[in-house]
Design a protein around this ligand. Structure first.
Ligand SMILES: NCc1[nH]cc(CCC(=O)O)c1CC(=O)O
Length: 308
């Protein structure tokens, strides 16, 4: 039995609404008879706008209130950017499905159109992400990195007003908002390693909801699903979240999937990089192996320093 009506819980930001509406569209294409409703839920991350994300120190900053509504049965599924969803979900919830991955790389948005390799010491680059900060300092330890928050339009305005020379944002976010024209350069993932699961839209559901399971089974995009098993297994084993400069990306070729991941010191002074590969159906093991490789190289010490 497929559910007659599905309520989608989502944040109210433009990006979140785009993602919820895309999910709605896909549900309707697959199940035209179903009635789909979007329910907007405010999260802590939407309320605190003036503090760098890395300083708020909360896992699930953009997801918790939505998850509570899902547990309470106020909505039937929740749609998130997967990279904002912690690897451990609350009791009673699971990752139900993912949509086909969009662009997974980061984008450089620069004020005067210079590419990353044309930016020099002293240029100010805005990002609140510890991962992007460490990655940028690895490229040039003299870049000046400043925090920035707010929605994409606010950030673009801040740059126009001289707050910074350039910014880094997920290309997928800009593309979904129709703001591709601001992208100066899509960055090579070897140069700036993306966030785990970047570009993936996730559908979270209750563990005991067979009607929703039947629906999500049809919607889930298998290749993306396999890739994120590897990526989230790595993130989970390394115990990274947005408080830690960590990132990874995967590449699938036939039955083989490879992952490149890193852990860094916040100031970019140390950068541990590793690669691992295996069969696409061995995601969990591959992610754990990469994590172990980085721990063997000293990631444990870096992580302990960050948590102190
Ligand atoms: N942390 C915020 C966030 N969560 C998801 C995206 C973009 C879309 C995606 O990666 O799927 C962004 C914006 C950004 O990092 O620039």
């Amino acid at each position: 039995m497929i559910k007659k009506s599905i309520r989608i819980g989502t944040r109210g930001s433009k990006l979140a609404l785009y993602q919820a509406n895309l999910t709605k569209k896909i549900v309707l294409e697959t199940f035209p008879e179903t009635n789909v409703e979007i329910v907007i839920i405010k999260t802590k991350g939407d309320k605190i706008l003036d503090v760098a994300l890395s300083k708020i120190g909360d896992k699930g900053l953009f997801t918790k209130e939505i998850e509570t509504a899902l547990i309470d049965g106020e909505v039937d599924i929740a749609v998130h950017s997967l990279k904002d969803l912690p690897t451990s979900l609350p009791d009673g919830l699971k990752l139900g499905a993912v949509l086909k991955r969009a662009e997974f790389r980061d984008a450089l948005v620069s004020k005067d159109g210079r590419k990353l390799n044309q930016l020099t010491s002293g240029d100010t680059i805005a990002t609140s992400s510890l991962r992007r900060k460490a990655g940028l300092l690895r490229i040039n330890k003299n870049f000046k990195i400043v925090d920035i928050r707010g929605n994409v339009e606010t950030r673009l305005k801040k740059m126009e007003e001289g707050y910074c020379d350039a910014m880094i944002m997920a290309a997928a976010g800009l593309q979904r908002l129709g703001l591709d024209k601001y992208i100066t350069e899509i960055l090579d993932p070897e140069v700036l390693i993306p966030a785990t699961s970047q570009g993936v839209i996730a559908i979270e559901s209750r563990i005991d909801d067979p009607e929703i399971d039947a629906c999500l089974k049809e919607i889930n995009y298998a290749e993306t699903w396999d890739a994120i098993q590897v990526e989230r297994s790595f993130l989970h084993s390394i115990e990274g979240g947005c408080q830690v400069p960590v990132g990874c990306y995967t590449k699938t070729e036939g039955e083989t999937i490879s992952i490149t991941g890193f852990v860094a010191a916040v100031d970019g002074s140390e950068f541990l990089l590793g690669k691992e590969s295996g069969r696409v159906d061995e995601g969990k093991i591959i992610g754990e192996k990469l994590s172990k490789k980085l721990i063997d190289k000293g990631a444990g010490r870096i992580l302990a320093n960050i948590r102190r």
